[in-house]
Design a protein around this ligand. Sequence first.
Ligand code: ATP
Ligand code: MG
Length: 330
Amino acid sequence: MILVEHLCKHFQIRHHHKNTLGVLQNFFKRDSRTLKAVDDVSFTIARGEMVGYLGPNGAGKSTTLKMLTGLLVPTSGRLEVAGFVPHKDRQAYAARIGAVFGQRSSLWWDLPVIESLELMQHIYKIPSARFSSNLEAFKKLLDLDEFLASPARSLSLGQRMRADLCAALLHDPELLFLDEPTIGLDVVAKERIREFIRQINLERETTIILTTHDLSDVQKLCSRAMIIDHGKLLFDGQLTNLQNQFGGQRRLVVDFEEIPSQLQVRGANLVVQQGSRLTFEIDKQARVPDVIAEISRAYTIRDLSVEEPEIEGTIRRIYEGNLLNKAVDQ
Ligand SMILES: Nc1ncnc2c1ncn2[C@@H]1O[C@H](COP(=O)(O)OP(=O)(O)OP(=O)(O)O)[C@@H](O)[C@H]1O
Ligand SMILES: [Mg+2]
């Protein structure tokens, strides 16, 4: 469905000198550098998949999505979606896709929402019967009735997102591109948007890519995650594999009856001791029951717990690692 090979988008950033001499320099010398917003990214996405595209600010998420939706022309690389080269055949392509850019609305600011939706019907040439049945369905799923008659500018962020999702889907697109669909929303509104996205993907089998800073969006919605930073794709796969590949070690916290001394355990390293509570890091290849058995042979255990490494921590380490690599590159 989506094929991306060695995709790059480079921006020329010009330096503007502000002092008098500098202003003259602006005329004579093009002082610029290249910013690699998307740098040699490759992936494929199958029909019906829902993929989360994660990355910190400025990572290149929106730039990728803008190329995928045909809004930006790639600097180099190959890009094909549903048989189209997005920026080349924009009109026919637009009929097949839906897009929501969370930071700006596709609705007309001063028109009542319902009139914006009716305009969409004309722009996308949606047959009346299909328009009505989709509108009815989305009204229910997204609870649109309370604000359909209000102008977009008066909507809350959550309401606007619901209206925008409806607008993006009225023409039954096969693909849906969502750029930060939950940004700025409270937990209840987030959950509602997530539920809607899940339903669209399941019931309409719409292929969905969503960008987000919010890991829980991906955990709750997508089995596959892609992580980008500084334009580079750092990971593409299941979140569980991310933990296996980059995750930290599990920790075992044990409370003993008495304070143990000189405790050496195969497959685990003591990292913290607070009185009779000891915390171990378990080697990745070690089995937790074996470690516990060995410890309990030496001392009496009162209580214990195993802590899984947090995925947030793993992702933070990936970003930080990438920063270090960058520093070495330069
Ligand atoms: N039109 C442009 N001209 C110059 N630089 C740009 C342009 N658009 C994006 N950039 C730069 O490209 C990089 C990637 O931007 P992009 O918007 O894709 O990031 P993002 O991952 O969506 O970040 P955020 O989470 O903040 O939305 C940034 O450094 C940004 O400043
Ligand atoms: Mg963005």
